[in-house]
Design a protein around this ligand. Structure first.
Ligand code: MG
Length: 381
């Protein structure tokens, strides 16, 4: 069996940059739909496919789930390096053709379909909130298709280090057609119409182009990406492209234009929240540690300090420093002497500072000051 490939990606009719990307590098095929403010979405989908390409180039026996997890890691690492990319994420539907079957790994709401004997079947599950609600019987398929939050993902690359990856397989025969697509197609073109176009358009590239056209005609509210694989009679070998197709840029991304906050950027709160909150938590912990070390250090320092001051109009011994911070005294009274502070102040010029506190470097030092005051107040012959 040989594989004939068509592929197309398009910015759509509304968005001003394309965050989708695809890979058509037989035997590996993939669609990634990026999300995230600034350039995040474009970077995330591209990083994912580049990571996959890198892994598949280096090794023959690539574990698809591992490839997806490595892509997840690569996105997290890049997001950690660049603040502007924080919170970026992507879907990834990665498929490998084998002798008479395909294997796939999948995260997100991009889809893989099989068209066989005139029947269209979705091979992947959407990891979306609405799909979960449908499964739980809370809403119907019809309600899901028009739900305002239908693009909120429950799983994506770039969210957490741990990533659950769906794995699947499908035996394939001559005449089968597999389509990978982003939700820019399935969100715009009803499935029966997708089915019709795929069933009636022989050339895989033409099928891709038609589907992209239809999605744009229906509003083109999102980026649209379609990859079609036809399984035909013949020797297995490098995948062929349909006539007129140029897949020289196998990882295809359009150049960034001005950044916008797209619906998808705002849509997956789970995609944004954990990394940001983790970062906030780390800084809060660091700040707390600094404060704690500061407080402990200050406390230790204060406890070694002494001064002689006034309490109840008498000379007194204090531990700490003669000041307060935010209403908290940084000293404690140790002892009140019999000596009158007033008289001490008059007795010697050096004792006039008593009300402010005369600092000492040790308890002994402080007691020596008190002895000197006593001396000065002692009636002289
Ligand atoms: Mg999309």
């Amino acid at each position: 069996m040989r594989v004939i490939v068509g592929a197309q990606t398009d910015v759509g009719a509304v968005r001003d940059h394309n965050e989708d990307a695809y890979l058509a590098d037989g035997p590996f095929y993939a669609v990634a739909d990026g999300m995230g403010g600034h350039r995040g979405g474009e970077v995330a989908s591209r990083v994912a496919l580049e990571k996959v390409t890198e892994l598949t180039r280096d090794e023959d026996e690539v574990d698809l789930a591992e490839a997806v997890r490595s892509a997840n890691q690569a996105i997290l690492e890049q997001a950690a390096r660049d603040r502007e990319l924080a919170g970026m994420g992507t879907t990834l539907t990665l498929l490998r053709t084998e002798a008479d079957r395909v294997s796939f790994a999948h995260v997100g709401d991009s889809r893989a379909y099989l068209l066989r004997d005139g029947e269209l079947r979705q091979l992947t599950d959407d990891h979306t909130l609405v799909n979960r609600m449908v499964r739980e019987g809370k809403i119907t398929e019809e309600e899901a298709s028009i739900h305002p939050h239908r693009s909120i993902l429950t799983r994506a690359l770039g969210v957490e280090p741990e990533l659950e990856v769906d794995l699947g397989g499908q035996e394939v025969r001559v005449g089968d057609r597999i389509m990978l697509c982003s939700d820019g197609l399935t969100g715009m073109v009803p499935e029966p119409r997708i089915h019709e176009v795929l069933s009636t358009t022989d050339d895989p590239q033409e099928a891709c182009d038609s589907l992209v056209r239809e999605a744009n005609a229906a509003g083109g509210q999102d980026n649209i990406t379609v990859v079609v694989l036809d399984f035909a009679e013949g020797e297995p070998g490098a995948a062929e492209t349909a006539e007129g197709t140029h897949l020289t840029e196998q990882v295809r991304v359009e150049a960034p234009k001005r950044p916008t906050d797209t619906e998808r950027a705002a849509a997956p709160p789970r995609a944004e929240a954990p990394s940001r909150w983790r970062r906030v938590a780390i800084w809060v912990a660091v700040a707390l540690a600094v404060v704690v070390v500061g407080l402990v250090g200050t406390r230790l320092y204060i406890d070694t300090q002494w001064f002689v001051g006034v309490s109840d109009e008498r000379v007194a011994l204090y531990r700490g420093i003669p000041t307060e911070i935010l209403g908290y005294d940084l000293f404690s009274l140790v002892e009140i002497t019999e000596l009158s502070a007033d008289r001490a102040g008059q007795a010697g010029i050096q004792w006039q500072e008593l009300p402010e506190g005369i600092t000492a470097s040790s308890e002994e030092d402080a007691r020596e000051i008190i002895r000197q005051i006593e001396d000065d107040l002692r009636p002289r012959p």
